[in-house]
Design a protein around this ligand. Structure first.
Ligand SMILES: *[C@@H]1O[C@H](CO)[C@@H](O)[C@H](O)[C@H]1NC(C)=O
Ligand SMILES: *[C@@H]1O[C@H](CO)[C@@H](O)[C@H](O)[C@H]1NC(C)=O
Ligand SMILES: *[C@@H]1O[C@H](CO)[C@@H](O)[C@H](O)[C@H]1NC(C)=O
Length: 462
């Protein structure tokens, strides 16, 4: 008899508990205190779509379990556990400075657009494009999209050949994809033909101030060797010759592996974008700019990466969380050379690239001006988010990217403290090199069971 009463009392408690919890979860402003960790959820309805994608509901189950545990007075002696959070920050999920996760109730601005999943990012050389490709790789990974990948284990679409489908990993007739971002030389029609909706494909690229780009190129590809200049002052010496001598020199160069030298020493972005880098009549230059204006819905500017990412997010109707980034593939500053006094020489030498850069830097800032206040708000938010994540993820100190043995590139080491946390996966994705991520996506997408094991990667080595 006593046992029966106990059961009834217990069952009543459970029913009341479940009802209370349900009521709580439906309320607009819910604050659940989990020891020192706070999970603040305001108006979950606003995030319905995100919630679905992000399995936040699963987290709520976790929360329920924990509440049940507290309700039953089972108190952990250990540190309170963190609420499980989706691998990518989404919606208004934020890390707070106690290491907890907050879902902020700040209303996201209602979207009048639909997230683009039909996008080509044309990678240009030495423009910060490795940082941008990580955003695309992560987006593809997170949403389980199909990315056009180069035939692995390479990470390039047979650059310097213009893109065609014969360079695509496991391509079968009729295959359609969502994103393309690995290094390729631009060919609009062939690229669009790979996408789910060819005629609606969005094209995006990035440019960098041409002198800085060339300086970076020179040291990364060790151009002093084929050009027989000194290592110390190679670029300076190269630009101290007359333009006709320089033209002869470059035109007569043998093409190294991957055709690097010839194509990247003059108007390299013009070349990457599929044009003839030696056709420099004014008519040719205006043709390049006009064509690009038509083909690309956004040209990012690498000097303004933060602004570029906000524009990217707007252009693709993605979320700010999607464009969080750590700068990847960066040289240590000790390699940087001052070549400022040669700017006018370079301006003449790479005049198509300069005309392109000047034009798209102008349209870039015009776009920002038109966006007004919301842009500035996004900019601040993105900056904060990156800073938060840097503090969460990154070990302070100098580290080297070991996927690129032929050149010293700054790398990241994830803090030991991040291991085992909910944001560890995000830290890993944010710091993953382009080459590694390409292989990982290949393994994930492969129908034929592709595995990297034992394969060597193709790289730019002379
Ligand atoms: C793709 O490009 C390569 C190199 O330029 C060329 O040899 C090949 O014929 C092209 N294939 C197709 C299907 O266009
Ligand atoms: C460049 O312009 C010249 C002169 O207008 C023209 O003859 C030539 O075909 C153009 N070249 C390209 C690649 O468009
Ligand atoms: C890009 O445009 C902005 C705004 O007009 C200007 O201030 C800046 O100097 C330009 N950047 C470069 C590197 O030319």
């Amino acid at each position: 008899m006593k046992v029966k009463i106990l059961y009834i009392v217990l069952a009543t408690f459970v029913v009341i508990y479940v009802l209370t919890l349900t009521a709580m979860l439906k309320r607009n402003d819910i604050e659940i205190l989990l020891s020192s960790r706070r999970l603040v959820l305001s108006d979950p309805k606003l995030h319905e779509e995100d919630l679905r994608h992000l399995e936040i509901l699963q987290e709520l189950n976790e929360v329920e379990k924990k509440i049940a545990k507290e309700d039953g007075n089972i108190i952990d002696d250990q540190q309170p556990q963190e609420v499980v959070v989706a691998p990518l920050l989404k919606g208004e999920l934020r890390l707070n400075n106690q290491g907890g996760i907050e879902i902020r109730g700040e209303k996201p601005e209602p979207k009048t657009c639909k997230a683009e999943r039909n996008v080509v990012f044309l990678k240009t050389h030495k423009t910060g494009s490795s940082t941008v490709i990580n955003v695309f790789q992560r987006y593809s990974d997170h949403h389980n999209l199909e990315m056009v990948l180069p035939k692995l284990p390479t990470h390039l679409f047979k650059w310097p050949n213009k893109f065609n489908h014969s360079f695509v990993f496991e391509y079968k007739d009729g295959d359609r994809f969502n994103l393309l971002a690995n290094h390729a030389r631009f060919h609009k029609e062939n690229m669009a033909a790979m996408m789910t909706r060819p005629s609606l494909t969005k094209f995006v690229t990035i440019l960098r101030e041409p002198l800085f780009q060339l300086e970076s190129m020179f040291s990364y590809f060790k151009f002093h060797k084929p050009l027989k200049t000194s290592e110390e002052n190679g670029l300076w010496e190269f630009f101290s010759t007359t333009e006709s001598d320089r033209t002869q020199l470059v035109r007569n160069l043998k093409t190294m592996k991957a055709g690097v030298v010839k194509h990247l020493l003059k108007n390299p972005s013009t070349f990457d974008l599929g044009f003839d880098q030696w056709s420099e009549y004014p008519a040719n230059v205006s043709h390049v700019i006009k064509t690009m204006d038509q083909d690309f819905s956004l040209v990012m500017i690498s000097e303004y990466m933060l602004e570029s990412m906000v524009l990217l997010k707007d252009e693709l109707c993605w979320d700010l969380q999607d464009v969080v980034y750590f700068t990847l593939n960066k040289r240590p500053n000790k390699f940087r050379k001052d070549v400022g006094p040669k700017r006018e020489t370079v301006r003449h030498w790479s005049r198509i690239d300069y005309a392109m850069y000047d034009h798209f830097n102008r349209t870039f800032w015009r776009k920002i001006e038109q966006k007004g206040e919301s842009f500035q708000r996004d900019l601040e938010k993105l900056k904060d988010m990156i800073q938060d994540l840097e503090e969460k993820c990154l070990d302070k100190g100098d580290h080297v990217d070991e996927t690129q043995s032929w050149f010293e590139i700054e790398g990241y080491k994830i803090r030991e403290e991040a291991r085992g946390t909910d944001y560890y996966e995000l830290c890993k994705r944010l710091t993953r090199s382009e080459i590694d991520y390409t292989m990982i996506l290949g393994e994930k997408q492969s129908r034929d069971g592709f595995k990297m094991h034992g394969k060597t990667r193709e790289r730019y080595e002379s």
